[in-house]
Ligand binder design. Structure first.
Ligand code: AMP
Ligand code: FE
Ligand code: FE
Ligand code: ZN
Length: 281
């Protein structure tokens, strides 16, 4: 059986509810699912109710955007339960900074003569976990751009005129807080790290030494050869090869939960391997 360890609901920048995602997982015959909304655990309670009803093994998680100069480092965190905890408490500040940044992005767009309001963006995002994809969608709806990727290319991506930075955790802080919270971390879509090939093994080894557990090897956008290479790389460093679709519903077209662009197949033993690495503090 297969699992999917990377998905986003409308509690961040996905379009589907946690219930819909869990029900899709069940309908597709997935045995396990991780809900990994950006920076927050607000969808977990709802997802867990649906999981209990359908028999899907739900892993509570998040995806954190870390401070990383070379490129984008996204850290998946698994077995992170809602409530109090070292990382959970730090997330409140991250969400505050995210909300302040959204307002600043909209102000920058207004300064460029593009009419867009925070209220519209909040309506688009359903009120919680607002992010750049919702701003991008409103720019599409208003006719300022033709597609979400174009909105990023012209305005919202790093280095573009409406880019605004926000509070992010460094990789060390993310790994240490996750470990203190009894959770495990895995680097998402590792090609975005922007590492020169000679730096890949030393960098991942250094992160492994401070407690990194996994490397997302089975990713929608990788072909079978790349997936195999990442699995080998992960295992050579002592990391668990994880995987997931990065499902966002309507915000990422053509991508299905579980099967990605059609050929994704994340083995179910992945969850057991990650579970074996849960820190017991
Ligand atoms: P935020 O967390 O609000 O900074 O938004 C980051 C999210 O925007 C990512 O997780 C992706 O879902 C999406 N995103 C980032 N860059 C792009 C891009 N170039 N094209 C389309 N979507 C993007
Ligand atoms: Fe996203
Ligand atoms: Fe990501
Ligand atoms: Zn993601």
């Amino acid at each position: 059986m297969a699992v999917d360890l990377h998905s986003h609901s409308h509690f961040s920048d996905g379009s589907d509810s946690p219930t819909e995602i869990v029900e899709q997982a069940a309908a597709m015959g997935l045995s396990g699912l991780a809900l990994t909304d950006h920076d927050n655990l607000d969808g977990i309670e709802e997802a867990r109710r649906a999981a209990d009803r359908t028999g899907v093994n739900l892993i509570a998680g998040i995806e954190l955007s870390c401070e990383w100069e070379l490129g984008g480092m996204h850290m998946l965190v698994y077995f992170l339960e809602p409530g109090e905890g070292a990382l959970q408490n730090r997330l409140a500040a991250v969400m505050d900074s995210r909300n302040a940044r959204n307002a600043n992005i909209i102000a920058a767009l207004n300064d460029m003569g593009i009419e867009i309001t925070l209220a519209e963006v909040e309506t688009e995002g359903g009120g919680t976990g607002i992010g750049r994809p919702h701003i991008a969608q409103v720019l599409v709806t208003r006719g300022a751009v033709e597609s979400i990727p174009e909105a990023f290319d012209r305005y919202l991506a790093k280095g573009r005129p409406a880019y605004v930075n926000r509070d992010r955790l460094g990789p060390e802080e993310a790994i240490q807080l996750a470990t203190a919270s009894g959770a495990v971390t895995s680097i998402a879509h590792p090609h975005t790290l922007g590492l020169a090939s000679d730096d890949v093994i030393p960098t991942l080894s250094r992160l492994h030494d401070i407690g990194l557990i996994g490397l997302e090897s089975h990713y929608s956008e990788y072909d079978p050869i790349e997936r195999g290479q990442y699995v080998e790389l992960a295992e050579s460093i002592g990391l668990v090869a994880t995987g997931g679709s990065d499902y966002h519903g309507a915000y990422k077209e053509g991508l299905s939960l579980g099967s990605g662009f059609g050929d994704l197949d994340v083995p179910d033993y992945t969850i057991e391997r990650l579970g074996d690495r849960i820190p017991h503090n």
